[in-house]
Design a protein around this ligand. Sequence first.
Ligand code: G3I
Length: 361
Amino acid sequence: MTVNRRDLLALLAAPLASGTIPAIAAEGTSLGAVAAAVGIAFGSAFDREVFDDADYRKLIASETRLVTAENALKFDWLRPKGPDADFSTADRIVEFARHNDLLLRGTTLVWNDNPPPWLRRSSLTELRYLFDRHIDETLTRYRGRIHSWDVVNEPFYPPQRLPGGYRQGPWYDAFGPAYIERAFRRAASVDPATRLVLNEAFCEQQDALGISVRAGLLKLVERLKGEGVPLHAIGLQGHLKPALPFDDQVFVEFLTRLAGFGVDLYITELDVDDGGMPDDINKRDLMVASRYRDFLKAVLTVPAVKAVITWQLSDRYSWYGELARRKHPPGRRPRPLPYDDGLQRKPAAQAMIEALLTRVK
Ligand code: G3I
């Protein structure tokens, strides 16, 4: 079923008993279609599991419009053993997106976290060479096929106590904080058509970490834009952790300030950590749904927000599931996403639709 603006307006005009689900959601309209009708590109991360899981492949293709490769385009996945890249999995991901008419986001070109072990043993001269080479080779290979690149991921991590709150790692060692503008300028020169994104974590948290990362990011974006660095959008990851303090209105004010620098805003890695919630699945699903609803209703009031992407679409492939499996003994199965392990819609999906519908003006 396709959905247009007029259908959505009619829906909103119809009185809804509290707790009822809009008919449009019950009829199984895709999240991507509802979001598109209100001007939002919706999608999710996925990775190589789509090559083996036909049902998930179908779900991704039907529900999403803008997707992210969860890992396949990261430095450590492209160059696990040494400087020479193996692009074979990334090529298949890019082809999957093209084949299904999905716009693909690249994450992440430059990230100080998760360097492969061999990179840690490289000299400063080698690191500087590898930085430029990685940007040139990766962007050249996929030129014209990537909607947007997270050029720099997670520049801040104040607990590491570097000046300015920057995150430690090889690229910081190689150039200091100047690695950030270097990456953006170089990326723009190799692929002038892709949108260049600065992606950051923790910003929705109203704790010491969230507050300090927000302050650092505002200063950085102001500086980069002031210096004419090509920067088109800010990605806010949105790994929501209801057990930590949050204040959606403070987050909205922060988004509004960011937008004032002339950038688009993408929610890039949305999911809800259900750790600490009751074991009862129905209760847990409603709590997760309610966090999705409140967060998205708030965020979608900001006109600069153009995309909402969940970090995988089904609990079957959430990174939280991977973490739980690695525990000894394995932890409870997390339920952080809009689709469950059986690829069935959860209340979180309906909550997202309800929140998206509030965007209709
Ligand atoms: O698939 C291999 C497996 O073959 C191998 O045996 C095993 C041994 O460690 O590793 C498996 O790969 C792991 C992979 O997740 C798949 O589970 C990697 O070690 C592990 O590093 C990787 O973690 C990813 C993490 O980023 C680091 O790149 C997660 O999937 C991914 O969800 C996570 O995503 C990050 C974003 O990029 C940035 N924001 C936070 C977000 C969540 O941590």
